[in-house]
Design a protein. Structure first.
Length: 150
C-alpha cells in the first residue's frame, strides 16, 4: 500500500477554540473539507466551518491530481486528546469498502486540523468518491464524503 503523504498535520494550538466552543459545537461529528487552509485563531474557526460545511457532508475537490486537502474534524465530547486515525476508504455502491489510506493524527480540545495531499501514487483516483473518517480504535468520531475531480 502506498503512503498518503501528509504535508502538515497541525495540532490545535492552545489559543484555538475547542469543540465545546460556541459556534463550533454545532459541527461535532463532522469533518469539514476545503481547498482553503484552516484558520489558526479561534476567532476565525467558527466562521470557517460555517462557510465551508455542507449539510449533506459531501465535498468535492477539483484541480488534481494531486489534490490538496484541508480538513477540520470536530470530535464529539471526548475525555482526552489521544490521537485519532484519519481513514480514507473507497465508496462502492454507496458503502465504504476498502480502506486505501490511514494515518494517525493528533487531536486537541476535540479538534483535528490537517492538511494533506492525495496522489495517484497513494492510490487515489479522479472521479472517485471516498469516505473520510476520524476514528479511535473502531469507533467513528467524525465523517464526511469526498469526491476527487480533475
Amino acid at each position: 500500500m502506498k503512503t498518503l503523504w501528509v504535508i502538515a498535520v497541525v495540532a490545535v494550538v492552545a489559543g484555538l477554540a475547542s469543540a465545546d466552543s460556541k459556534g463550533v459545537r454545532a459541527y461535532q461529528g463532522q469533518i469539514v473539507i476545503s481547498p482553503d487552509p484552516a484558520p489558526s485563531t479561534s476567532t476565525e474557526l467558527a466562521s470557517y466551518l460555517k462557510a465551508n460545511a455542507t449539510k449533506d457532508r459531501r465535498y468535492e475537490l477539483i484541480k488534481g491530481p494531486p489534490w490538496e486537502i484541508n480538513l477540520v474534524g470536530v470530535l464529539p465530547k471526548v475525555s482526552d486528546s489521544a490521537p485519532v486515525t484519519l481513514v480514507f476508504a473507497v465508496v462502492t455502491d454507496k458503502q465504504p469498502t476498502t480502506t486505501i489510506q490511514s494515518i494517525e493524527v493528533p487531536s486537541k480540545k476535540g479538534l483535528v486540523i490537517a492538511h494533506t495531499t492525495a496522489t495517484i501514487a497513494a492510490g487515489f483516483e479522479s472521479n472517485k468518491t471516498y469516505v473520510v473518517r476520524l476514528m479511535r480504535k473502531t469507533k467513528v468520531l467524525a465523517s464526511a464524503e469526498l469526491t476527487l475531480r480533475d
